[in-house]
Design a protein around this ligand. Sequence first.
Ligand code: AMP
Length: 197
Amino acid sequence: MRIVFIGPPGAGKGTQCKRLVEFLGIPHLSTGEMLRQVKKQDTALGRWIASYLDAGQLAPDHLVMRIVAHRLSKPDCKEGCLFDGFPRNVAQAELLNDHLRSVGTQLDLVLDLAVVEEELIDRLLRRAKIESRMDDNYETIKARLKVFYTQTSPLLEYYRNLGLLAQVDGMQGPDQVFGQIKQAVLARMSERLEKRP
Ligand code: AMP
């Protein structure tokens, strides 16, 4: 299965993605993590990427698509994968569709994890203390949420129109959230099996 996981920063995407990849036995493709790895390198590319990450802004679409396409070409992605944090806007969604089509495949499901804004800010500030992530200070958190609401949330309509979207209530406890996610995944799996010739 090829699944996209959408959710604002702080919605608990990381935790749920981890559980889902273990459940399905597919690789976890987090573009945030991939970009943080590039940022760590003392190179011109690393410093360029850092300028976007540290400001809470999106890195350029084509660059992110190139990094993802490279990862998708690895043998462990043959049977599927979980996209975490990608696509982040409609332009990236179209790049991803084109890429998947060009290699003869497609997305199966898009999960959206919904959490209200005040709760997100609280969770992110708590995480900042624990993980000391450079992009988890108050100003950057506000910038990242703004980016989510203006650039990423239009994706929900985009994927709803493609019949791919399943929404999950992220305000519940982690086990209940994962229960809903499993239900959505299993429902889509059985739909896909029924459609097989
Ligand atoms: P995340 O770990 O998914 O919250 O991402 C952390 C940061 O990495 C974001 O605030 C962006 O600066 C950058 N980033 C992650 N994924 C993408 C993407 N798909 N497109 C552009 N920038 C991204």
